[in-house]
Design a protein around this ligand. Structure first.
Ligand code: FES
Length: 177
Protein backbone atom coordinates (compact mmCIF):
# COMPACT_ATOMS: atom_id res chain seq x y z
CA UNK A 1 0.00 0.00 0.00
CA UNK A 2 1.19 3.48 -0.79
CA UNK A 3 -0.99 5.08 1.81
CA UNK A 4 0.52 6.68 4.84
CA UNK A 5 -1.40 6.06 8.06
CA UNK A 6 -2.44 9.29 9.74
CA UNK A 7 -1.69 9.68 13.43
CA UNK A 8 -4.94 11.61 13.77
CA UNK A 9 -5.21 11.32 17.54
CA UNK A 10 -1.75 12.83 18.09
CA UNK A 11 -1.82 15.30 15.21
CA UNK A 12 -1.08 18.89 16.13
CA UNK A 13 -1.95 21.32 13.39
CA UNK A 14 0.54 24.15 13.13
CA UNK A 15 -1.34 27.37 12.58
CA UNK A 16 0.06 30.58 11.21
CA UNK A 17 -1.69 33.96 11.18
CA UNK A 18 -1.34 34.39 7.43
CA UNK A 19 -3.86 32.22 5.57
CA UNK A 20 -2.58 29.80 2.97
CA UNK A 21 -5.49 30.69 0.71
CA UNK A 22 -4.22 34.08 -0.40
CA UNK A 23 -6.57 36.53 -2.06
CA UNK A 24 -5.22 35.40 -5.44
CA UNK A 25 -5.90 31.75 -4.62
CA UNK A 26 -9.35 32.54 -3.23
CA UNK A 27 -10.20 34.49 -6.36
CA UNK A 28 -9.17 31.58 -8.54
CA UNK A 29 -11.02 28.99 -6.44
CA UNK A 30 -14.25 31.00 -6.20
CA UNK A 31 -14.39 32.43 -9.71
CA UNK A 32 -12.62 29.88 -11.88
CA UNK A 33 -12.77 26.50 -10.16
CA UNK A 34 -16.03 26.39 -8.21
CA UNK A 35 -18.29 27.50 -11.09
CA UNK A 36 -17.15 24.44 -13.05
CA UNK A 37 -18.58 22.04 -10.47
CA UNK A 38 -22.06 21.44 -9.06
CA UNK A 39 -20.81 21.02 -5.50
CA UNK A 40 -17.91 22.03 -3.30
CA UNK A 41 -16.98 18.36 -3.02
CA UNK A 42 -16.73 18.22 -6.81
CA UNK A 43 -14.33 21.17 -6.85
CA UNK A 44 -12.09 19.68 -4.19
CA UNK A 45 -9.49 17.83 -6.24
CA UNK A 46 -8.89 20.73 -8.63
CA UNK A 47 -8.59 23.06 -5.66
CA UNK A 48 -6.09 20.73 -4.00
CA UNK A 49 -3.99 20.66 -7.16
CA UNK A 50 -3.99 24.44 -7.20
CA UNK A 51 -2.86 24.70 -3.58
CA UNK A 52 -0.21 22.01 -3.99
CA UNK A 53 1.07 23.69 -7.13
CA UNK A 54 1.47 26.89 -5.08
CA UNK A 55 3.18 25.45 -1.98
CA UNK A 56 4.55 22.10 -3.14
CA UNK A 57 2.30 20.38 -0.59
CA UNK A 58 -1.02 20.92 1.17
CA UNK A 59 -0.51 22.13 4.75
CA UNK A 60 -3.06 20.96 7.34
CA UNK A 61 -4.13 24.54 7.97
CA UNK A 62 -4.79 24.93 4.24
CA UNK A 63 -7.08 21.88 4.39
CA UNK A 64 -9.18 23.66 7.01
CA UNK A 65 -9.28 26.81 4.86
CA UNK A 66 -10.19 24.79 1.75
CA UNK A 67 -13.04 23.10 3.63
CA UNK A 68 -14.38 26.50 4.67
CA UNK A 69 -14.37 27.94 1.17
CA UNK A 70 -15.83 24.83 -0.47
CA UNK A 71 -18.45 24.30 2.23
CA UNK A 72 -17.24 20.85 3.25
CA UNK A 73 -15.55 19.60 6.39
CA UNK A 74 -11.80 19.68 6.94
CA UNK A 75 -12.06 15.91 7.54
CA UNK A 76 -13.44 15.42 4.02
CA UNK A 77 -10.53 17.43 2.63
CA UNK A 78 -7.99 15.48 4.69
CA UNK A 79 -9.53 12.16 3.58
CA UNK A 80 -8.97 13.00 -0.07
CA UNK A 81 -5.44 14.33 0.53
CA UNK A 82 -4.43 11.18 2.40
CA UNK A 83 -6.07 8.82 -0.11
CA UNK A 84 -4.36 9.96 -3.32
CA UNK A 85 -0.64 9.54 -3.88
CA UNK A 86 -0.51 12.78 -5.83
CA UNK A 87 -1.25 14.91 -2.80
CA UNK A 88 1.27 15.58 -0.06
CA UNK A 89 0.45 16.85 3.42
CA UNK A 90 4.11 17.47 4.27
CA UNK A 91 6.85 19.36 2.40
CA UNK A 92 8.55 17.11 -0.12
CA UNK A 93 12.13 16.90 -1.28
CA UNK A 94 13.33 18.62 -4.42
CA UNK A 95 13.31 15.23 -6.13
CA UNK A 96 10.40 12.91 -5.43
CA UNK A 97 11.18 9.31 -6.36
CA UNK A 98 8.16 7.03 -6.54
CA UNK A 99 8.78 3.32 -7.06
CA UNK A 100 5.86 1.33 -8.43
CA UNK A 101 4.93 -1.47 -6.07
CA UNK A 102 1.94 -2.95 -7.88
CA UNK A 103 1.87 -6.54 -9.03
CA UNK A 104 3.89 -6.47 -12.28
CA UNK A 105 6.63 -4.35 -10.75
CA UNK A 106 6.49 -6.42 -7.58
CA UNK A 107 7.31 -9.63 -9.47
CA UNK A 108 9.97 -7.83 -11.52
CA UNK A 109 12.07 -6.62 -8.63
CA UNK A 110 10.49 -3.49 -7.18
CA UNK A 111 11.53 -4.51 -3.66
CA UNK A 112 15.22 -4.68 -4.58
CA UNK A 113 14.98 -1.20 -6.11
CA UNK A 114 13.13 0.15 -3.09
CA UNK A 115 15.55 -1.41 -0.59
CA UNK A 116 18.48 -0.05 -2.56
CA UNK A 117 17.01 3.45 -2.59
CA UNK A 118 16.22 3.30 1.13
CA UNK A 119 19.82 2.36 1.91
CA UNK A 120 21.31 4.81 -0.55
CA UNK A 121 19.22 7.78 0.58
CA UNK A 122 19.08 6.77 4.26
CA UNK A 123 15.31 7.22 4.44
CA UNK A 124 12.21 5.07 4.53
CA UNK A 125 9.16 5.31 2.30
CA UNK A 126 7.26 8.58 2.93
CA UNK A 127 10.39 10.24 4.28
CA UNK A 128 12.58 13.06 3.01
CA UNK A 129 16.36 13.32 3.29
CA UNK A 130 17.64 15.84 5.83
CA UNK A 131 19.08 18.04 3.09
CA UNK A 132 15.63 18.25 1.49
CA UNK A 133 16.87 16.74 -1.76
CA UNK A 134 14.95 13.46 -1.98
CA UNK A 135 11.59 12.05 -0.93
CA UNK A 136 10.75 8.39 -1.43
CA UNK A 137 7.28 7.05 -2.20
CA UNK A 138 5.71 3.73 -3.06
CA UNK A 139 3.35 4.12 -6.02
CA UNK A 140 0.48 2.07 -7.33
CA UNK A 141 0.48 0.91 -10.98
CA UNK A 142 2.00 3.50 -13.30
CA UNK A 143 0.29 1.97 -16.34
CA UNK A 144 3.42 0.56 -17.90
CA UNK A 145 3.36 -2.98 -16.55
CA UNK A 146 5.06 -4.45 -19.64
CA UNK A 147 8.07 -2.29 -18.81
CA UNK A 148 8.34 -3.25 -15.14
CA UNK A 149 9.93 -2.30 -12.85
CA UNK A 150 9.07 1.37 -13.16
CA UNK A 151 9.50 4.52 -11.14
CA UNK A 152 8.74 8.21 -11.36
CA UNK A 153 11.22 10.98 -10.65
CA UNK A 154 9.37 14.28 -10.28
CA UNK A 155 6.59 12.88 -12.45
CA UNK A 156 8.85 11.63 -15.24
CA UNK A 157 8.56 7.90 -15.78
CA UNK A 158 11.51 5.52 -16.07
CA UNK A 159 10.96 1.92 -17.18
CA UNK A 160 12.78 -1.42 -17.03
CA UNK A 161 14.90 -0.03 -14.23
CA UNK A 162 17.99 -1.78 -12.92
CA UNK A 163 19.77 -0.88 -9.72
CA UNK A 164 22.64 0.70 -11.65
CA UNK A 165 20.14 2.84 -13.58
CA UNK A 166 18.57 3.94 -10.31
CA UNK A 167 22.06 4.92 -9.13
CA UNK A 168 22.51 6.95 -12.30
CA UNK A 169 19.18 8.71 -11.77
CA UNK A 170 20.08 9.64 -8.20
CA UNK A 171 23.54 10.84 -9.30
CA UNK A 172 21.95 12.94 -12.04
CA UNK A 173 19.61 14.58 -9.53
CA UNK A 174 22.55 15.33 -7.22
CA UNK A 175 24.56 16.78 -10.11
CA UNK A 176 21.67 19.03 -11.03
CA UNK A 177 21.57 20.23 -7.41
S1 FES B 1 2.57 -2.66 -11.92
FE1 FES B 1 4.13 -1.20 -12.10
S2 FES B 1 3.57 -0.15 -13.90
FE2 FES B 1 1.92 -1.52 -13.60
Amino acid sequence: MAWKAKQSAQLTIEQRDEPYLTSALLEKIKNKIMPRYATGQGALMTTLHEVQHTYGYIPWQAMIEIGEVLGITAAQVADVVSFYEDYHSEPMGKYVIGVCQSIACEVCGHQALMDHLKNKLGIDVHETTEDGMFSLLGMECLGSCDNAPCALVNGKQFNNLSISEVDELVAECKNNG
